[in-house]
Design a protein around this ligand. Structure first.
Ligand SMILES: Nc1nc2c(ncn2[C@@H]2O[C@H](COP(=O)(O)OP(=O)(O)OP(=O)(O)O)[C@@H](O)[C@H]2O)c(=O)[nH]1
Length: 440
């Protein structure tokens, strides 16, 4: 925290300290240049406590994580899960008697467990896939697994679409540990087919099972061949993400984890005593002890770091934001519901400016067109009014002219009659009688 924080911890932000000061008129030669305003806090606001709030809430609610394990039978899946979460999720198995009927398809089994470490609860679901790769024909071994992952997406989508979304249970698979047989050669067809079918639906984490059966050189060569196969088939495996603003230590840690993929692991939930008197989780051999938690011996620690300690939240986030979102879009499209992808599109500032400019120009053009339309409408109205009054004037003029014409023709008729000496109208003949009487 800065000195200013320490010196005025109980002080409130004064008006000139709350960010407005940066827009004062005396900004100097750079005034007008838009820049990010970086301000030092002059007092304690309280948002530094946000991580604690999240922590408290999360601890109260607990965490939920679903991991899937896939690999041929006997590759040490149950042992590794027990070792990873330091619990006996899977009890030791009795070998199947030779007469027992073998399952004919891949089964999907899940185990739930609530585990607690330092007061933090984790609700863990492990989805096991017994039978994978165990048949004469394993062409479709991936199919029930894809169907299971998709049905979990379906169930989440159905919950999202409910009116009451208060209690959405997230059963989606957040990570899939794919166990590769330690052949020392390269990936088998079944491995490639599985990863190709699954990599867009789940976070794939490939592990080389029972790495204690290979020498260090064999492991290094095997890893290179596996990575080459993965790249060749354009398979996307989960990578530890790094962010620009992270410190060097975190970036180095992410790089180290990434350098170990595919993790060469050894599993054991047994504690053995080392010759120097330590008690470790490991496997004891006539020539020595393989320690599970020793980074010199295997990549178990790095796998645990990726899956549990550092990137569990990233795995959940990637599942939700990318894998589920892509599946959901495809599903809705197949149902004829189109999604406005521009809402989710990330664009760079130059593209955004260009887009804003185009939108602004379109807005101006629309305004201009509207103004033109209103103007034309007004002119038309005025013209119609003028035409109407012109017609009225013309009609009045015609009326008056007709009246005058009639008056004139009447007068001319009178004049003609007077001049021709013809008796006038009866009224007028009375007058002439009167005149004659007066003359007499
Ligand atoms: N050498 C060696 N053996 C291991 C390792 N992990 C487990 N085993 C042994 O391999 C055998 C099978 O282990 P499981 O954990 O039951 O294997 P799984 O893959 O769960 O087997 P299924 O349930 O049949 O699919 C057991 O005897 C384990 O002790 C390992 O890292 N190295």
């Amino acid at each position: 925290m800065t000195d200013s924080y320490a010196s005025s911890r109980n002080g409130d932000l004064s008006p000139s300290q709350n960010g407005h000061a940066a827009s004062s008129p005396s900004l100097g030669p750079n005034a007008g240049v838009s820049s990010v305003i970086r301000k030092k806090l002059m007092g304690y606001v309280g948002f530094a406590n946000l991580p604690n709030q999240v922590h408290r809430k999360s601890v109260r609610k607990g965490f939920q994580f679903t991991a899937m394990v896939v690999g041929e039978s006997g590759l040490g899946k149950s042992t590794l899960i027990n070792t990873l979460f330091n619990t006996t999720l899977y009890a030791p198995k009795e070998p199947l008697p030779p007469t027992a009927e073998r399952p004919k398809t891949v089964a999907i089994e899940s185990i739930d467990a609530d585990i607690e470490e330092n007061g933090v609860r984790l609700h863990l679901t492990v989805v096991d896939t017994p039978g994978f790769g165990d048949f004469v024909n394993n062409d479709d071994s991936w199919r029930p697994i894809v169907e299971n992952i998709e049905s979990r997406f379906d169930s989440y989508l159905e919950q999202e679409n409910r009116v009451n979304r208060q209690k959405v249970v997230d059963n989606r698979v957040h990570a899939c540990l794919y166990f590769i047989q330690p052949t020392g050669h390269s990936l088998k067809q079944i491995d490639i087919e599985f990863m190709r079918r699954l990599h867009t639906k789940v976070n794939l984490i490939p592990v080389i099972a029972k790495a204690d059966t290979l020498t260090d050189e064999e492991i290094a060569d095997f890893k290179n061949r596996i990575l080459a196969d993965i790249a060749h088939h354009h398979i996307h495996i989960f990578q530890a993400p790094t962010y620009d603003n992270e410190d060097e230590e975190t970036i180095a840690e992410a790089e180290e984890i990434a350098s170990k993929i595919p993790f060469a692991v050894v599993g054991s939930d047994k504690v053995v005593a080392t010759p120097d008197g330590r008690e470790v989780r490991g496997r004891s051999y006539p020539w020595g002890i393989i320690e599970v938690d020793n980074e010199e011996h295997c990549d178990f620690v790095k796998l645990r770091q990726m899956l549990v300690r550092t990137y569990m939240e990233e795995l959940r986030e990637y599942t939700n934001d990318v894998l589920y979102e892509n599946w959901r879009t495809e599903k809705l499209l197949s149902m004829g519901v189109a999604q406005d992808s521009s809402v989710f599109k990330e664009i760079n500032p130059a593209e955004r400016m260009q887009e804003d400019r185009v939108l602004h120009e379109a807005k101006l053009a629309k305004m201009e067109a509207e103004m033109k339309m209103v103007f034309q409408q007004k002119v038309q109205e005025k013209e119609a009014k003028l035409k109407q009054s012109e017609e009225e004037l013309y009609a009045r003029h015609k009326e008056m002219k007709d009246a005058l014409d009639k008056q004139r023709s009447d007068l001319e008729e009178k004049k003609r009659k007077i001049e021709s000496g013809r008796p006038l109208t009866p009224e007028k003949s009375n007058t002439s009688k009167k005149n004659r009487f007066l003359r007499a």
